[in-house]
Design a protein around this ligand. Structure first.
Ligand code: NAD
Length: 486
């Protein structure tokens, strides 16, 4: 049977098996055509509460299972993502508007996240501590219990699985809420993979739903840790609630990342990197290159070549055509993107190419001569828009790059790598790529931002996932009950 056979999941949520939700179901819309592809269950606050109770019960046995058992489920999940990659990519292309390469990248990273998580299950869970008494003293990492995961639409598979897989591997249960616009490729796919991988019932609940379901999940007393990826505006609200409830929260939020292009680069390569940074997945990536800061001596040439490349790019339905850009996710996003472009032009920016759309297909757009206040430069656009601004000295480039509330990713292009690193030292950011654009992700790398891009928590490699999804417990043991003076 196909992994994604809709007979299994149509109209349902995944909560102790595939069940009807109390809140009903909703259509799955293909953005490129506007047609209804299927129906999926939609969760409301009552579904979230019931899932959290079930998850906290199931978590005890899952945490008590041997690491070998947990690792085997995660390994199998990785294999299933590989075996069914094409089928899942089909949904990513049609439901999220991804081109084939983006869809392939998502299933590749999803498998990698599962394999990395499988290895996490067998990592040493702690250390032996020195102690002044005759006893054994340990610091051990224990599961936090139930992790609430909330993911956005733009890289739906990666942004769900990067929390779901390590949280499960470390002995937690998960209540996962994908964005309802990508509920199948970013939700059903993950639930089906873990169902087939043999994850015990109740350990993972997958509940597509809107902000109301998300708010219920954040406030639920049975969910002590929240992992949220999405907009800065929603992240601020969630951070406030979690602060009041004294709940641990990981916030991975928006960005407006700069690509600094120094005057010694190979211009064709720089333009190609810049185009990828701004136009990959229609600019709907948190790390998208939102600001091109280009040395004044090459800026006009850079703009001209970038605009020529943009004008030649094909935009269309990636399910039926070979295109570089697919559709934006919905009319709300398209109108937001276009509004920022129009306002910027009204404020004096020069539209070099693009700035036009048909349905949800937005032309790759290049703007220049922007003031620092121009909305398409100052704000996160989340569309295929490349604003280009000139600088004269590295200090000026650093000052421009720093002048943003965000701090997610940074690209610096130069033949002098050490000069690039010295420049990076002047710009606070969670991620830096010297001689690459701003968009990248690997399951083994620590991922996260600063300032309005996030709380500084990290997912991914090193000890990041262990720290995110366990807490440290001090344990002592001695032969006899301790003696005291009274
Ligand atoms: P969004 O914040 O509106 O929605 C993201 C998710 O949060 C969705 O599942 C949504 O239903 C839910 N949600 C919305 N409001 C909520 C609330 N008050 N309480 C609980 N849940 C709530 O984000 P969006 O605009 O749809 O997605 C794009 C944004 O996500 C961009 O700003 C982008 O930069 C950011 N993003 C960040 C990263 C990262 O890792 N830093 C990755 C991808 C996207």
């Amino acid at each position: 049977m196909a992994l994604m056979d809709s007979k299994v999941w149509a109209g349902s949520v995944f909560s102790d098996g595939w069940t009807a939700s109390r809140a009903g179901n909703a259509p799955v819309i293909e953005p490129a055509t506007g047609s209804e592809m299927a129906r999926v269950g939609v969760a409301g606050p009552e579904d979230v509460a019931a899932a959290a109770v079930s998850a906290s019960k199931a978590q005890r046995d899952w945490a008590a299972a041997s690491f070998e058992e947990r690792a085997a489920v995660l390994r199998r999940a990785g294999q299933l993502f590989e075996e069914h990659a094409e089928e899942i990519q089909g949904w990513l292309i049609r439901e999220s508007g991804a081109i084939a390469g983006k869809a392939g990248f998502e299933t590749h990273v999803a498998a990698g996240e599962c394999y990395e998580a499988a290895a996490l299950a067998s990592q040493s869970p702690g250390e032996i501590l020195p102690t002044a008494k005759k006893r054994l003293s340990l610091a051990r990492r224990v599961p936090v219990g139930v992790v609430g995961v909330i993911a956005p639409f733009n890289a739906p598979l990666i942004l769900g699985i990067r929390s779901v897989a390590p949280a499960l591997a470390l002995g937690n249960a998960v209540v996962f809420k994908p964005d309802p616009r990508t509920a199948v490729c970013g939700g059903v796919a993950i639930a089906r993979v873990f169902e087939e991988a043999g994850l015990p019932s109740g350990v993972l609940h997958m509940l597509p739903g809107g902000p109301e379901a998300g708010e219920a999940l954040v406030a639920d007393p049975n969910i002590p840790v929240i992992s949220f990826t999405g907009s800065t505006a929603a992240g601020r609200k969630i951070g406030e609630v979690c602060g009041r409830l004294l709940k641990r929260v990981h916030l991975e939020l928006g960005g407006n990342s700069a690509l600094v292009v120094l005057d010694d680069v190979d211009l064709d390569r720089a333009v190609s990197a810049g185009a990828w940074g701004s136009f990959f997945h229609q600019g709907q990536i948190c790390m998208t290159t939102g600001r091109h800061l280009v040395h004044a001596s090459i800026k006009d040439e850079y703009v001209e070549r970038l605009a020529a490349k943009a004008a030649a790019m094909r935009v269309g339905n990636p399910a039926v055509e070979d295109v570089a850009l697919g559709p934006l996710i919905d009319t709300h996003q398209r109108d937001k993107v276009h509004g920022l472009v129009v306002e910027s032009v009204e404020s004096g920016a020069r539209l070099v190419t693009g700035g036009a759309y048909e349905h949800l297909f937005y032309r790759p757009t290049v703007l220049t001569d922007l003031t620092p206040q121009a909305p398409a430069y100052a704000q996160e656009v989340f569309g295929p828009v490349a604003p280009v601004v000139a600088f004269s000295t590295p200090e000026e480039a650093a000052a421009l790059a720093r002048a943003s509330e965000y701090g997610l990713s940074l690209g610096i292009l130069t033949r002098d790598v050490m000069k690039g690193l010295a420049l990076a030292d002047l710009i606070p950011t969670g991620i830096v790529h010297i001689n690459d654009q701003t968009v990248d992700d690997e399951a083994v790398a620590p991922f996260g931002g600063l300032g309005a891009s996030g709380t500084g928590a990290r997912f991914g490699g090193g000890r990041a996932n262990t720290e995110a999804f366990t807490h440290t417990q001090w344990v002592t043991m001695q032969r006899d009950v301790a003696g005291y003076p009274f």
